[in-house]
Write a protein that binds this ligand. Structure first.
Ligand SMILES: [Fe+2]
Length: 251
């Protein structure tokens, strides 16, 4: 099974730049690259901060451009998204599915909402954690592996610019992963760069590129520590019990 993760598109309604970059043009370039490269994939994971301003128009732009891929798009919301506008704008296209729980081949994908409206940092509510536990237990009984998808990162990645706003109670999720060997993978957006960090004995946190600009690995300043040159997407190739992860940057 092959998956493309597109993350942190930060589309704006008014065409103004985000960190000095045209995020609309960059998403257009990403989608064209996927189309013209003829890369094989089964579905898209869209891991939040789809919009920068939460506007209906920004979601309509994303819906229009991603529809060209003609594959299912499982999405979660990020701290910049306005969930009500996101859901309502995507709701008339059956290709777009708010990720909750899906079973595909030997893998169960679990989408958890880590957002608190109006806040940049994240939190996992008791009900989201309970939902995760129930699905994880069910997957264990079915002898399936799990992939968890959140917008925010639950453990610090070492970049001051983004470690200000992780999932504040992320240790709950990390503990859950550490005690369940059938959870192989945690995928997040939010950090605007690629990290691969081991969790426990069997899992990794893999984070996706932003589709328009990255935070420099040592960055602490939102004005100066932006990598405007690199953008792209992240590619996962899942076999029965393991996976490989590739970074795709666009020239
Ligand atoms: Fe974010």
């Amino acid at each position: 099974m092959k998956i493309i993760q597109i993350s942190d598109c930060h589309i704006k309604n008014d065409n103004s730049l985000v960190y000095g970059v045209n995020s609309k043009q960059r998403l257009y370039d990403v989608i064209n690259n996927i189309l013209f490269s003829k890369i094989e994939f089964d579905f898209i994971l869209l891991t939040g901060d789809i919009s920068d301003d939460g506007s209906i128009e920004s979601y309509a732009y994303v819906k229009n451009i991603l529809s060209k891929l003609n594959k299912k798009i499982y999405f979660i919301n990020g701290n910049h998204d306005l969930k009500s506008n996101l859901i309502s704008t995507f709701s008339d296209n059956q290709m777009f599915i708010n990720l909750d729980e899906i079973l595909i081949e030997n893998w169960v994908f679990i989408g958890l909402d880590s957002c608190i409206e109006g806040k940049d940092f994240g939190n996992l509510s008791d009900s989201e954690l309970k939902k995760a536990e129930i699905i994880i237990d069910k997957a264990k009984k079915l002898n399936k592996n799990c992939v968890i998808i959140t917008h925010h990162h639950p453990l610090l990645v070492g970049t001051p610019l983004i470690d200000d706003c992780p999932i504040m109670n992320g240790s709950n999720l990390v503990n859950l992963i550490e005690k369940n060997n059938h959870i192989k993978l945690l995928i997040t957006g939010h950090v605007h760069n690629r990290y691969s960090i081991r969790i426990g004995n069997n899992a990794f946190l893999e984070t996706g590129f932003s589709s328009f600009a990255q935070f420099q690995y040592t960055g602490s300043n939102e004005l100066t520590d932006i990598d405007k040159d690199n953008f792209g997407y992240t590619y996962y190739d899942l076999s029965e019990n393991s996976y490989k992860c590739y970074s795709i940057l666009i020239d």
